[in-house]
Write a protein that binds this ligand. Structure first.
Ligand SMILES: [Zn+2]
Length: 368
């Protein structure tokens, strides 16, 4: 903390008003000297959660008891905050603490603290954990990219059926000194925070997904116009889900091409046209995509979807008449195939049919 200093959230310009309509203002960070010069009150921190200001160095480095609220529970007397801050910054205690803060920070930077050996150890430890996390992220990324299941039925290292993730960790132990040390610490019970459990795996996957999604959104925004393709299906727990696919022209590289990107499943509680439309509209808003830039919509044949009067199609057209509807051809094919599979019992016949349909479509010049 001494090295990094207080963290100041500059997005907060003003705090909430108190009963006298006084409040915190970002202007308090600046001290105006008697000669008119201004300087930054580097030590002042505002807590949004508590709606109070604190003195960073007095809070951190005070010896014994200090009377000032700034060094204890924080100051929220916005009516007198100006004088209080002035009193505090000229007080002997504050100046001493300020000096030791600056001094200590300087010594940290020059590596001259009396605990520099311990400090070097901490740095080494930090570096080690950074390397461990880097490897964990790489493993999750590899498995996700190749569509491999992450977990097995067991979640312990060196046990049967513990899944691909732990399996890869075990594999890396064979050659990678960082993971070697990490696993050794786990098996010796030196550490209990091992970053290998499902919570961390999920978190890493979520982070990767978020960064991929923002990359896709960036591409969509670059090409401006896009189509939405929706389809609903209940999942195993009978929760209705809607898959959202965006079709757009990818102009981010030299070879311009049409992309269809799956952006996720949306939970549906209301399966009427209005309900589905609300979910779609909200999601587009969440993704920062403008519904006015939709230039096409593709759904299956459900009346709540493509319905001319109450379907999602109609609702989107009401807002944006340029969002032309086209039937989801691939989806019809999918439905047809499913029905065929049902009617013909043998799997062999089924694949024969698929093959024939494929040749018919391959010869056709129409796009489907
Ligand atoms: Zn202070």
């Amino acid at each position: 903390m001494v090295q990094k200093g207080p963290k100041r959230d500059l997005s907060i310009q003003k705090g909430p008003k108190d009963r006298l309509s006084r409040r915190f203002s970002v202007a308090l960070y600046t001290r105006i000297l008697s000669n008119g010069e201004t300087c930054d009150r580097e030590w002042l921190v505002y807590s949004k959660e508590l709606d109070r200001v604190f003195c960073f160095c007095c809070k951190l480095l005070r010896k014994g008891h200090l009377r000032s609220q700034l060094a204890n529970e924080g100051l929220s007397d916005w009516s007198h905050v100006g004088t209080r801050l002035k009193d505090h910054e000229t007080s002997a205690d504050h100046i001493t603490n300020m000096a030791s803060w600056y001094d200590m920070r300087l010594r940290f930077d020059n590596n001259q603290t009396i605990d520099k050996v311990a400090h070097r150890e901490i740095e080494k430890e930090k570096e080690h954990w950074r390397k461990v996390l880097f490897r964990i992220i790489l493993i999750a990324k590899f498995l996700a990219k190749h569509n491999l299941a992450i977990r097995g039925t067991n979640s312990k290292l060196y046990q049967d059926s513990n899944g691909n993730f732990l399996g890869m960790v075990e594999m890396m132990v064979e050659f990678d000194p960082v993971i070697q040390e990490h696993v050794q610490r786990i098996t010796n019970d030196d550490i209990h925070t091992h970053y290998l459990d499902h919570g961390i795996q999920n978190e890493v996957i979520d982070l990767l997904a978020a960064s991929i999604r923002s990359e896709i959104i960036r591409k969509i925004m670059e090409s401006k116009y896009f189509l939405v393709i929706l389809d609903c299906t209940p999942d195993i727990s009978h929760q209705e889900q809607m898959s959202l696919i965006i079709r757009y022209v990818d102009i981010s590289s030299d070879s311009i091409c049409i992309e269809e990107s799956f952006l996720g499943f949306l939970d549906i509680n209301d399966t009427t046209g209005q309900g589905l439309f609300d979910v779609l509209q909200n999601e587009l808003k969440n993704l920062d995509l403008d519904i006015d830039n939709v230039r096409g919509q593709g759904y299956d044949n459900g009346s709540n979807m493509k319905g001319k009067n109450i379907g999602v199609q109609k609702k989107v057209l009401e807002i944006n008449p340029r969002a032309f509807y086209s039937a989801c051809g691939c989806h019809s094919l999918n439905l047809a195939l499913c029905d065929m599979a049902k009617s013909c019992g043998k799997a062999k016949d089924f694949f024969g049919i698929i093959q024939r349909i494929y040749t018919i479509f391959a010869k056709s010049t129409k796009r489907w």
